[in-house]
Design a protein around this ligand. Structure first.
Ligand SMILES: [Zn+2]
Length: 288
């Protein structure tokens, strides 16, 4: 800003902009928010904290684009299970009539990982991590219910025993880390918002077998949301992408997913808007 040399009028404009109270997040349309510079700094701290805790130096880490192959989500059955959440991409290719592309909007970060293992045998358990900007066609827009949001996931693929042991350890570690950040976290058995009547049955099975557990924190007084979850998919993605184990069995998978935008809201609710005044253990955990 100081490099600008455009006279008194411009300087005054800059001063006005700087002194306005912009708040931490800016909404343009419901569920679609801009990230302020202070929140970018905070996001980097959360990313660094997750990476330190969950060993990004030991696992391959990816940044995924906001689109994914339609064929990939078709393989896992996502369009049938969540037609109400999936966002499609349309364009007028070759200036013809607009039509659906071979891409859709990324519904969850981990969906980018399973095709990497397609038709392969996993000899040793593999751990990968990925961050993606995701889209879900949410019908409501209460605090934290975003249509575009950033998800940081750690994905484990391997034998049923090792994946379920990893899932339990990942949950404990994530809860511990979030509590170190000063967040009051409760763990709850949960289900995904499957579509329609068959979906209700799937949600019941998911709950009965405790395949999904959410870490829930307060985002504002009286409003709590899931800020992270662990999901055990059993052989769902292994079957969809023909991922096998050395004995010929289908590989299992699980993921630990952090909702970065919701974690930011929860942190600001817990500690206030002035990052420099946050408790020093929290600041050092987030490298602020
Ligand atoms: Zn996932």
């Amino acid at each position: 800003v100081s490099a600008f040399r455009c006279g008194r009028e411009c300087e005054e404009t800059v001063m006005t902009t700087q002194s306005e109270e912009l708040g931490p997040l800016r909404t343009t349309v419901p569920g679609v928010e801009l990230t302020s510079q202070a929140d970018s700094r905070l996001l980097d701290g959360v990313r660094a904290g997750i990476a330190a805790r969950f060993g990004v130096d030991r696992v391959e880490h990816y940044l995924a684009p906001p689109v994914i192959a339609r064929a990939t989500v078709d393989s896992s059955g996502y369009p049938q299970l969540f037609p109400h959440l999936l966002g499609t991409v349309q364009t007028a290719l070759d200036r013809a009539e607009p039509g659906a592309m071979d891409l859709v909007l990324t519904p969850a970060a981990c969906h980018h990982m399973y095709p990497l293992f397609a038709a392969r045998t996993v000899v040793d358990d593999r751990c990968l991590s990925v961050e993606a900007t995701c889209f879900r066609g949410e019908a409501t827009s209460e605090l934290g219910r975003l249509r575009s949001f950033r998800m940081y996931e750690i994905v484990r693929v391997g034998t049923p025993d090792s994946v379920s042991v990893w899932r339990d350890a990942a949950l404990d570690s994530a809860v511990d880390w979030l509590r170190q950040l000063g967040l009051r976290v409760n763990v709850d058995v949960a289900s995904d918002p499957f579509f329609g009547r068959p979906g209700r049955l799937m949600a019941e099975i998911q709950r009965a077998e405790e395949l999904k557990r959410e870490m829930i924190a307060e985002l504002s007084d009286g409003v709590s949301q899931s800020i992270a979850s662990v999901n055990y998919h059993r052989e769902h993605f292994g079957e969809a992408f023909e991922i096998s184990l050395p004995d010929g069995a289908v590989a299992h998978s699980a993921c630990l997913a952090f909702g970065l935008d919701r974690i930011l809201i929860a942190l600001r609710h817990a500690h206030g808007d002035l990052l420099d005044e946050w408790p020093s253990p929290v600041r050092s955990a987030l490298r602020l």
